[in-house]
Design a protein around this ligand. Structure first.
Ligand SMILES: [Zn+2]
Length: 262
């Protein structure tokens, strides 16, 4: 099977000591590509450098948590970062009213600016939304580019709205959580296979269906197969079919050439 983990925080300090091992373990497990998430300017630079080092791809942008520290010229900086060949999406950007680490008006301003930038650069959007669906929709309906709502955990109403706008849906190990993943498990089969993407959000969201249970709480991209397996079970389809669909979707969204497996 071939996997494309569309959400890895490889720049995290939790990977500081063994990044190369994490990437090679993932490759052995069939993870052929990963998108390294940039969550602010400095982190985006780091993600791009790592993507270059390991022949992966990255996003460049400002996460809502970091919106409060965006400089006046942040759009120009993201634009220049996005000229690196590794950068295939603008983000992680969006709104997070769950934690409110940045003032909401600032979150909206920084998100709207990144949507406009993605339109200008004709690059897909890599988006985050938590407890902010209505304000999120008001901004994102201006998008003229495709995108993914990553780590989707919201309601049916939100899902329908994102699909209506043509967005892809990123599914994490949240799906494998027997306590909080219940609503998502019910909704999952509503996601058309051609809009489905998988991500670990490593080092976060360790899938809870890993057997035997790993000693470390740290999630790694090699664990993506547990998320895919859980999804395939819910679709009632062979794991390989679901994995292959998501693999092709990631290439399609990020404008990457899909090579034949032999
Ligand atoms: Zn996120």
């Amino acid at each position: 099977m071939r996997f494309f983990d569309i959400g890895v925080n490889l720049s995290s300090d939790q990977f500081a000591k063994d990044r190369a091992d994490v990437v090679s373990r993932a490759r052995i497990a069939g993870v052929e590509n990963m998108l390294l998430i940039g969550s602010n300017i400095e982190d985006s630079r780091h993600a791009i450098a790592l993507a270059n080092e390991f022949s992966l791809v990255a996003s460049a942008g400002i996460h809502p948590h970091d919106a409060k520290s965006a400089n006046a010229d942040f759009c120009q900086t993201i634009q220049s970062l996005s000229s690196h060949k590794e950068v295939v999406a603008i983000g992680e950007c969006g709104l997070d009213y769950n934690r409110d680490f940045s003032p909401r008006d600032k979150q909206r301003e920084v998100f709207a600016a990144q949507v406009a930038l993605a339109n200008k650069l004709n690059k897909p959007l890599y988006m985050h939304q938590r407890d902010a669906h209505h304000d999120f929709i008001a901004i994102v309906k201006e998008a003229k580019v495709p995108g993914v709502v990553h780590c989707f955990t919201d309601s049916e109403e939100a899902l329908e709205a994102y699909l209506e706008l043509g967005f892809y849906i990123g599914i994490t190990g949240w799906l494998c959580d027997e306590r909080r993943g219940d609503a998502l498990r019910k909704l999952l089969p509503r996601i058309p296979l051609d809009k489905l993407l998988f991500e670990t959000d490593a080092p976060y969201l360790l899938p809870r269906n890993i057997k035997p249970k790993p000693k470390s709480r740290r999630s790694e991209p090699l664990h993506i197969e547990y998320v895919v397996e859980q999804a395939a079970e819910l679709y009632g389809l062979p794991t390989e079919d679901v994995a292959n669909a998501a693999f092709a979707n990631a290439h399609h969204l990020f404008g990457l050439e899909l090579t034949k497996c032999d």
